[in-house]
Write a protein that binds this ligand. Sequence first.
Ligand code: TA6
Length: 300
Amino acid sequence: MNVKRLNQEFSIKGHVEFQSGLGGFAVAKIHNKLGSAVISMYGAHVQSFIPASQKELLWMSPDSVFEKGKPIRGGIPVCFPWFGPHAADSSKPLHGFARINDWKVHKTDVLADGSTLLILTFESNRHTLQIWPNKFEAQINLIVGKTLELTLTYKNTGTEAFVCSDALHSYFNISDITKIGIVGLGGHYYYWGPGKDADNRQVEERLVISQEENRRYINHSGDCLLTDDGWKRNIRVAKHGSRVTVVWNPWIEASKTMADLPDNGYQTFVCIEAANTYDDSIMLHPGEGHSITAIIGVEG
Ligand code: TA6
């Protein structure tokens, strides 16, 4: 649907307006007294979230491409129906295909506290069935207020059971990677990188990043607090329906290999991701569904 029709059907004065964004992708611009956000219909990708009187919470790569078939770098990519490389075929899109397809607007609304609701949908079609032979319906509910609440719900609408994995791959905007810490992961076990072979346990309560990190904490369903001493701000990352938390920063060498990331880009973001993968991948019988939610906001 083009921007004019989206505005005719779904804009709400003082809350939601649709515009043509980078790459020509339609974006929803949400603005209310509690905060503002920009969400692309391509990938249902949140590109910006700014609570009232705060700095941007999400990091977007200045070198991101905005092209059909390629993922956007930064913000909140939605990883579904698998997280990371496809288990059996690495030629399939990394992190699934939800983030490289167009989503439809289903509903916009204003909630009682003045926050704004946007609901987007995406379902299996002949293209997705060629890549992944399972019928599904997916929905993303976004509530933009003092916090940003993002819920991905997917249902098995086919006749066979399937297993999938997911992640809300949030990139957080930080003052400097040497000035931040992540609290809430102490004592938890993690795998490093996509492999499942080494069991590591984090001893320290506050994780400080000083090298490439790609930690996947298992059996972790609690909150993380991203403490930023440079900007004197703490971001709470809460979640529901997720048993794996991923912390990723590519550091110096890996950043140089990524064309859509500046060489020094790793200094100003860290990813803290709500996920379900490994033994916590989601098995859905026909008619069953699952929801994963991330809630992010500034503490205090
Ligand atoms: O969540 C961490 C991770 O899976 C890393 O392994 C790294 O590849 C990152 O995501 C980015 O993936 P992308 O496909 O967006 O380049």
